[in-house]
Design a protein around this ligand. Structure first.
Ligand code: UDP
Length: 326
């Protein structure tokens, strides 16, 4: 089914991959971004694509999209902790006003609205792995609350729109995702470790590194988002990779993969850093037939190549099909 889809935050890391996948299957895409944390270079290769349009706007102020709309994806928000901690008020604005404008746009066009929510709604969880029925443990006044509560508020908005106006909605809770186009200065763990390893600098493990994350490769993540859009599931549904690693294990894996001589150093743990995180993806498997397929080593190799390209250092050796050679 081909449609004309608005991707709010389409210039970001995840949003730009979503634009690629939607265009590849024959949809038209209107990318809306203010490039506050996204990058023009993420969508520059799409400029001449006949199905692609770019609207530069802050969605918390307006979404100036004319013409038909058959679907709206809301990926507009700073997403890495350093990005949202540097933009606390903007993050709250985009998660409230931005989400409401996106919902209103979808409702006006009778279009399906997909809300990109987050594993951060679970906060520092007492339940492990996290299934969608868990309500979470978020510090409402800590520094991370600007992101966590904005996303929780967005979920509430989405459900209120559905209940009061009948808007067709889906909520996806996205767990840690990595891949090409992560900005070198994004600050998330994968891009930090890969860059540090490639540049021969120490890998900065925050705290003792015993906290866990479960990392999903971006193509797998985007397949999940599109599967949710194509379904009539409201969710919320977890889309993430259940393979769980400690941050220290991840640092060791990166050093090995790169054949790097970088040491591992420890730095203070950020406030309210969740101690463990792993999605229960039973619902995605049963309702969407979705599961991730990319091996960590392959995904890391592709991400390293993209970062190396960005900063002009030598990346890891890759074979022709983009898989790690080793
Ligand atoms: N982290 C780290 N070193 C870094 C960046 C992050 O040890 O250079 C840790 C961070 O404290 C957290 C995990 O890696 O426990 C994932 O952090 P990230 O910022 O990627 O995302 P989060 O899951 O916290 O949103």
């Amino acid at each position: 089914m081909n449609g004309r889809l608005v991707v709010m935050g389409g210039g970001g890391f995840l949003g730009s991959h979503l634009c690629d996948h939607l265009l590849a299957r024959g949809d038209e895409v209107v990318c809306v971004d203010d490039f506050s944390t996204g990058r023009r270079s993420n969508v520059a290769h799409l400029a001449d694509h006949p199905g692609f349009a770019l609207v530069e706007a802050d969605v918390s102020v307006s979404i100036p999209v004319d013409g038909p709309v058959t679907g709206v994806f809301n990926l507009a928000s700073p997403a890495s902790p350093p990005d949202y901690l540097a933009r606390p008020l903007e993050t709250l604005a985009v998660g409230s006003e931005g989400s409401r404008r996106g919902l209103d746009l979808a409702h006006r066009h009778n279009a399906r609205f997909i809300m990109a929510s987050t594993s951060e709604v679970y906060g520092d969880p007492e339940v492990h792995p996290q299934s969608e029925s868990y309500w979470g443990r978020v510090n409402p006044v800590g520094p991370r609350s600007v992101y966590d509560e904005a996303k929780r508020f967005s979920e509430a908005l989405v459900m209120a729109h559905r209940r009061t106006l009948g808007t067709d909605v889906g909520i996806v809770r996205i767990f840690n995702t990595y891949g090409p186009r992560l900005r070198p200065d994004d600050g998330r763990v994968v891009s930090n470790f890969l860059l540090q390893g490639m540049q021969g600098e120490p890998l900065t493990v925050y705290g003792d590194g015993s906290q866990t994350r479960s990392l999903c490769y971006v193509d797998d993540e985007v397949r999940g988002l599109i599967a949710l859009f194509d379904s009539d599931l409201t969710g919320p549904v977890n889309i993430g990779n259940p393979d769980e690693y400690t941050v220290l294990e991840l640092a060791q894996t990166v050093v090995e993969l790169l054949g790097s001589s970088s040491p591992i150093v420890h730095q203070p743990l950020p406030v309210d850093d969740p101690t463990r995180r792993r999605p229960d993806i039973s619902l995605a498997r049963s309702a969407l037939g979705w599961e991730p397929t990319t091996e960590l080593a392959d995904g890391l190799a592709r991400t390293a190549a993209s970062l190396a390209d960005d900063v002009g250092v030598a990346g890891p050796a890759l074979s022709d099909d983009g898989r790690s050679a080793g």
